[in-house]
Design a protein around this ligand. Structure first.
Ligand code: NAD
Length: 353
């Protein structure tokens, strides 16, 4: 029976990297004897242009009917007027809420051959293999917003239930890795962070006593992530802190174009997307790095379809293509030639076969 995957290409480089992910999924289907059926739907700026709604009902239906949803990226200067009442990002936030995907998994893995692409010294990057678990459907991004002519506010709220469930996801993942969990908050200033810390301490002490636990304030965490990144195994944090720390962590890997993500809820269907945005500065040039999107497709195979062997094969193919010297413009060393999005994708597929 065919497995339904809904594709939301979105804006900017979103359609390019979504096409790459689809080609790799097709190659997996071909090699391992699966049948994937795709449905494409509108989101973000493309949906605003077509139907004046960043998340049309048709798209919601297509996502709810699917085993998994793959998203490229949304947004861009065309829809960025600060006074606009309809914005592409609203579509993405609503989609996360509709699908109930509260746990965003962002693995950061260093390919040794790309150490030179990071602004950090190679010895600092040695052994980096961490996973950020970001709470995705609560906090300041979802709180009530107000705006008058000369004042604005964004409400940050968390409940005990929301914190407990994300901490449990992170703790279980840490148990399957190196057994280390770092919780990041701002408990010296924020009330939501004091609740976060109380709940986290209790859940970890009562239910996961074997884990090695560390607690950091977010400002210190931003610094430790650059000074001792190899010490981290799993990091769990709230929505906005996770958003910011993972963009910082992308510099360990050399480029935003390398980092995938999976957003999971209590049902099997998940939302998979590269962590990067629509990259308007390189859109339409055919030079976007498809690795983050392809690695997100690997996470889709693993977490929504239960195809671990196939997921590992895709990840190995990315590593092999990079080890073989294939580089898009964002990760190429000065003076070397780079390949296009399509060429990088083709090389990864060649390594998969
Ligand atoms: P961005 O991630 O789009 O780009 C930041 C920088 O990284 C740019 O120089 C870009 O060229 C580069 N980059 C990103 N992905 C790359 C890739 N795959 N290959 C090569 N280089 C890559 O962030 P931004 O410029 O701050 O935001 C652009 C738009 O994307 C905004 O409208 C923003 O709201 C939106 N955005 C969307 C998402 C999402 O859809 N999940 C996430 C972040 C930002």
């Amino acid at each position: 029976m065919a497995t339904l995957i809904t594709l939301l290409p979105g804006d900017g480089i979103g359609p390019d990297v979504t096409a790459s992910a689809r080609q790799v999924l097709d190659a997996v289907a071909d090699r391992y004897g699966h049948t994937f059926e795709y449905r494409e739907a509108l989101i973000g700026g493309a949906a605003i242009d077509a139907v004046a709604n960043p998340l049309p009902n048709d798209t919601i239906e297509a996502c709810e009917a699917a085993e998994a949803v793959f998203l490229g990226a949304v947004g861009g200067p065309k829809w960025s007027d600060p006074n606009a009442s309809i914005r592409p990002e609203q579509g993405l936030l609503k989609l996360r809420a509709v699908l109930g995907v509260y746990a965003n998994l962002r693995p950061v893995k260093i390919y040794p051959e790309l150490a030179g692409a990071s602004p950090l010294r190679p010895e600092i990057l040695d052994g980096v293999d961490l996973l950020v678990v970001r709470e995705l459907t609560g906090g300041i991004y979802f709180g009530k917003k107000t705006r008058t002519d000369d004042a604005a506010s964004d409400l940050c709220e968390y409940t005990t239930d929301e914190i407990e469930r994300i901490v449990r996801v992170a703790a279980r993942l840490a148990e399957g890795r190196r057994g280390k969990l770092c919780s990041v908050d701002k408990a010296n200033v924020l009330e939501t962070s004091r609740l976060w810390r109380d709940v986290t301490d209790r859940v970890l002490a009562d239910e996961y006593p074997a884990l090695e636990v560390e607690t950091l304030l977010v400002d210190a965490a931003a610094m430790h992530l650059l000074s001792r990144p190899a010490d981290f195994d799993v990091i769990v944090t709230e929505n906005m802190f996770g958003d910011i720390l993972t963009d910082e962590a992308s510099m360990l890997a050399g480029s935003l174009g390398m980092l995938p993500s999976a957003s999971l809820g209590n049902s099997r269907a998940g939302l998979y997307e590269p962590i990067h945005g629509s990259a308007p500065d390189i859109a339409g040039q055919g030079i976007a790095n498809p690795c983050a999107a392809i690695a997100s497709a690997a996470m889709l195979l693993r977490h929504s379809l239960g195809l671990e062997k196939e997921a590992a094969a895709v990840e190995a193919a990315i590593a092999e293509a990079i080890a073989g010297g294939a580089r898009t413009a964002d990760i190429v060393a000065a003076g070397h030639t780079h390949v296009s999005t399509d060429e990088m994708t083709a090389e990864i597929i060649r390594c998969l076969r």
